[in-house]
Design a protein around this ligand. Structure first.
Ligand code: FES
Ligand code: FES
Length: 251
């Protein structure tokens, strides 16, 4: 990882940050006295977040779901933890924490990524889209946007008028029953958004016909969808209906 852009000595007049000195949100563990700050990676709930960067922290500005968010991040923090613990965007889930399950998938500058693997400090200035940012914010019920975006509360809540305001993929997942527990669903949704964009941009996959003209949009058949979403695991086995939901959207 390269040097942070905003070290402690070059931002004395830095703009206000989201994490004040007494912020109760999780923060870094104290240094262990041997030059190794404790608790690598994941911040400890209740620990202090400094009001200004020190040698273990930097101020970054992320554009999250269309809004700039300036905050101080621990250099060891990954994007997933910053989104969930500091920005309280809990749609992206922590499954394996090792880049193997896809539950943490978000879009960075439009490309899907495993946010559990990305140092947050390296995302300074980038556009981050989480599952909460896929909907346009108006689905006729303002009280539970996160759960709706998770796709976790579609049943039992009565009729919502055609799920207006949700992303077409979110609607298709609901219509197709493409989730059961819903834990993997935010990652599946973000990954599907990214996969569709990649195919439209001409990115081939492992199963793309080699005769497909380079750079031309790749048609997403069921094999392509399965291959492109193969990095997103679902313990409930909702795969068949996930494929159908994606097919509904690209038709
Ligand atoms: S939590 Fe990131 S890939 Fe599993
Ligand atoms: S719906 Fe339960 S893990 Fe996918």
């Amino acid at each position: 990882m390269g040097s942070p852009r905003n070290g402690p000595n070059n931002s004395p007049g830095s703009s206000p940050v989201d994490a004040p000195a007494n912020n109760p949100l999780p923060g870094p563990a104290p240094d262990d006295g041997a030059g190794h700050p404790g608790n690598a990676g994941v911040a400890t709930r209740g620990a202090r977040i400094p009001s200004s960067p020190d040698r273990h922290h930097s101020e970054v500005t992320l554009r999250v779901n269309g809004a700039p968010r300036t905050l101080v991040v621990d250099h060891r923090s990954v994007l997933l933890d910053v989104l969930r613990e500091q920005l309280r965007l809990t749609g992206a889930k922590k499954g394996c924490d090792h880049g193997q399950c896809g539950a943490c998938t978000v879009l960075v500058d439009g490309r899907r990524v495993n946010s559990c693997l990305l140092p947050a400090v390296a995302q300074d200035g980038r556009d981050i889209t989480t599952v909460e940012g896929l909907a346009d914010g108006d689905d006729g019920d303002s009280g539970d946007a996160e759960d709706r975006a998770d796709g976790a509360d579609s049943e039992g809540g009565g009729e919502r008028p055609a799920h207006a305001g949700l992303h077409p993929l979110q609607r298709a997942f609901i219509d197709r029953d493409a989730f059961q527990c819903g834990y993997c669903t935010p990652g599946q949704l973000c990954s599907a958004v990214g996969a569709i964009a990649e195919a439209e941009s001409g990115h081939p996959s492992h199963v793309t016909d080699p005769s497909t003209p380079s750079g031309q949009p790749v048609a997403l058949d069921a094999d392509e969808i399965r291959e492109r979403l193969s990095g997103n695991l679902c313990r409930c086995g909702a795969y068949p209906n996930i494929v159908r939901a994606v097919e509904d959207v690209i038709r």
